[in-house]
Design a protein around this ligand. Structure first.
Ligand code: NAP
Length: 280
C-alpha cells in the first residue's frame, strides 16, 4: 500500500510539536505515513494551499490560517462550524473536510483525568483556549463562570453573550478573578500564568485554590505547573495541558484513518512529548 502523506501547515512553524506527536501516533496505529512541516506565508496562502493539498491525504492547519482555510474546503464538521475554526483537514479523494479537534481533545483529557465538566465550573481567562473550554462547559450543562481581570471584563461579557446565543439554556456569568470565592467543582486555567519560564507564578491565590475539587491547567510547559502541584498537594484531582495537546492530535487520527489507541500509550506519549519540548 502507498505511503500516506500528512503535514502541518502554518506560519511561522519552526517550534511545532505536531511532527513528533503525529509520527508517534501513526507508528502506534501501524499506519505507513509521512508527516511534514509546511510554512506558508499569508500572502501566498491561496496559491500554495491548492498546490499543497493535492499532494496530501490530510493535514493540520495552525496560526494564522485556521479561519482563512474555511472557504477553500468542500465540507465542515459541526464543531468547526460552531467555532468558525479548522485545525484538521481530511482529503477524501479530492474532497476536503475540515474539523476542529481542540474541543474533543479538551473533553478527552478531562474524561481520562476523571475531571467533571458539570456543576460549578470556573474558567480563568477569556482568550482562545478559554473560548473553546467555555463553550464545551456550557454545552455540557455546567454552571459556568468566566473569571478575568477587571480590564478584560467587557471581552469576557462578549464571550458570555456569544455562548448564550449559541447554547440554549447556557448558565454563564463573568466574575472578577481577585474576588473568586466559595467551593468550585472544576477550575480550568486558560491563562498563560505559570507557563515556562515564569513557573513560580499562579493565576489565583492559595486560599482560592483550596476550594477547588478538580483542577485542569491548559499549560503544557511545564508538564505540572505550580497550580497543578499545589492542587495535588491539597488533595484535589488535577491534570496538566499536555494531555489536551496529545488528545486533540489523537482526535485528528480518528478523522483521518479511524485509529484507536491504548490509553497507556497516550500517557507515555504525553511524557515523551514534554521531553521533546524541553529539547527544542
Ligand atoms: P490568549 O488568547 O492570549 O488568552 C490568554 C488569557 O489569559 C486572556 O484572557 C488574558 O486576559 C488572560 N491572562 C493573561 N495574564 C493573566 C493574568 N496575569 N491574570 C489573569 N488573566 C490573565 O491565550 P490562549 O491561546 O487562550 O492560551 C492560554 C494558555 O493555554 C497558554 O498557556 C497556552 O499555551 C495554553 N493552551 C494550551 C492548549 C493545549 O492543548 N493544552 C491549547 C491552547 C492553549 P487579559 O485580556 O486580561 O490579558
Amino acid at each position: 500500500m502507498k505511503t500516506k502523506r500528512y503535514a502541518v501547515i502554518g506560519h511561522p512553524i519552526g517550534h511545532t510539536m505536531s511532527p513528533f506527536i503525529h509520527k508517534r501516533l501513526f507508528r502506534l496505529a501501524g499506519v505507513d505515513a509521512e508527516y511534514g512541516v509546511i510554512d506558508i506565508a499569508p500572502e501566498n496562502f491561496d496559491y500554495e494551499y491548492k498546490e499543497t493539498l493535492s499532494r496530501l491525504d490530510g493535514y493540520n492547519i495552525t496560526i494564522p490560517h485556521k479561519q482563512r482555510v474555511i472557504p477553500l474546503l468542500d465540507e465542515l464538521d459541526s464543531k468547526a462550524k460552531l467555532y468558525g475554526s479548522v485545525n484538521t483537514v481530511y482529503n477524501n479523494n479530492g474532497k476536503a473536510k475540515g474539523y476542529t479537534t481542540d474541543p474533543d481533545g479538551f473533553l478527552k483529557a478531562l474524561e481520562y483525568a476523571r475531571i467533571p465538566l458539570a456543576d460549578r465550573v470556573v474558567i480563568l481567562g477569556c482568550g482562545g483556549a478559554a473560548r473553546t473550554m467555555a463553550f464545551e462547559a456550557a454545552l455540557n450543562g455546567a454552571i459556568l463562570e468566566l473569571a478575568v481581570r477587571e480590564r478584560s471584563f467587557k471581552k469576557a461579557e462578549k464571550l458570555a453573550d456569544e455562548i448564550k446565543a449559541a447554547v440554549s439554556g447556557a448558565d454563564v456569568k463573568c466574575v472578577d478573578i481577585t474576588k473568586l470565592s466559595g467551593d468550585i467543582k472544576t477550575l480550568v486555567n486558560a491563562t498563560p500564568v505559570g507557563m515556562s519560564p515564569y513557573t513560580d507564578a499562579q493565576p489565583i491565590t492559595d486560599s482560592q485554590l483550596k476550594n477547588c475539587e478538580n483542577v485542569f491547567d491548559a499549560i503544557y510547559n511545564p508538564l505540572e505547573t505550580m497550580l497543578i502541584k499545589k492542587a495535588k498537594a491539597n488533595g484535589s484531582n488535577a491534570e496538566g495541558g499536555m494531555s489536551m495537546l496529545v488528545w486533540q492530535a489523537v482526535v485528528a487520527h480518528k478523522h483521518w484513518d479511524g485509529s484507536d489507541y491504548d490509553v497507556r500509550d497516550i500517557e507515555k506519549l504525553c511524557v515523551d512529548a514534554y521531553e521533546e519540548l524541553k529539547n527544542k
